[in-house]
Write a protein that binds this ligand. Structure first.
Ligand SMILES: [Zn+2]
Length: 262
């Protein structure tokens, strides 16, 4: 059974790759925005396969998968997932066609593996291949704090769900700093949480070029802070429609630099 399935999966991957390479030969821009959703779909199916034995809880817009028995936590994740769904989707005027997969882990190693994270400290949440993968808040919220309050107000749901919307709308065509900035801005809109307020720059804040070209090489906290500020400034000057127009242009496969300077 397992071997048959793997064989099927291999030939599926082969055909998808052959298809994508063919399109790519014809047009790089087409490859960027049409090939990517296929790759993402493959990764998504693999994650679903790896978590196929997990328990499932369905809400109106989310399907939550989890390996452990922990009703209190799953109730909380279900509530937090739905809490700002409408407001977030309304601001992008985009509502995903399918329910969003959320995976809750009580083992950080599983999260690292399924989210393709190679190193570093396991994050409380991560967006990857159309899934929101989070650690059980029991693993990161201290016992003396009220788990509901912390998870609802500082938890990862709005942030990671925003990454999913940005990824869908742009078909993967965006620099990292931009999706982080938009996600942090949505957090700010929905929960009032203002990222990095207490942090100050030593010297000049990062430029858009630095953020675009070297995001992973920069100081993480300051790079996130700057990303949030740039998006916030854009919205305050021109409204959230400006962000939506940018996302739309990126979704057509246009380069970020050209779209952003426009
Ligand atoms: Zn993020």
């Amino acid at each position: 059974m397992k071997r048959v399935l793997n064989k099927k999966m291999n030939s599926f991957i082969f055909f998808v790759l052959a298809f994508v390479i063919m399109i790519g030969i014809f047009n790089y821009k087409v490859l960027k925005v049409h090939g990517y959703p296929l790759f993402r779909k493959m990764q998504h199916e693999l994650i679903l396969y790896r978590t196929k034995d997990y328990n499932i809880r369905e809400t109106e817009h989310f399907i939550i998968r989890y390996p452990m028995e922990d009703k209190e936590i799953i109730d909380l994740v279900a509530e937090a997932s739905e809490e700002h769904y409408k407001e977030v989707c309304d601001s992008f005027d985009y509502y995903p066609e399918n329910k969003t997969t959320v995976i809750v882990y009580d083992d950080p190693d599983e999260l690292m593996k399924n989210a393709s994270l190679k190193q570093g400290k396991p994050p409380m949440g991560v967006y990857f291949a159309s899934t929101i993968q989070i650690l059980s808040p029991r693993l990161w919220i201290p016992e003396n704090e009220k788990i509901e309050d912390v998870f609802m107000n500082e938890g990862p749901m709005v942030h990671e769900f925003t990454h999913l919307l940005v990824d869908d709308l742009t078909k993967g065509n965006y620099p990292l700093w931009f999706t982080e900035g938009v996600a942090l801005y949505q957090e700010y809109l929905q929960t009032g949480y203002s990222w990095g307020e207490a942090l100050s720059y030593e010297g000049k804040p990062y430029t858009v070029e630095e953020l675009t070209d070297d995001f992973n090489q920069l100081d993480v906290m300051l790079a996130y802070k700057r990303s949030f500020e740039i998006v916030k400034e854009m919205v305050e000057r021109k409204g959230f429609d400006e962000i939506n127009q940018l996302l739309k242009d990126l979704g057509y496969g246009n380069g970020f630099e050209a779209v952003f300077t426009k």
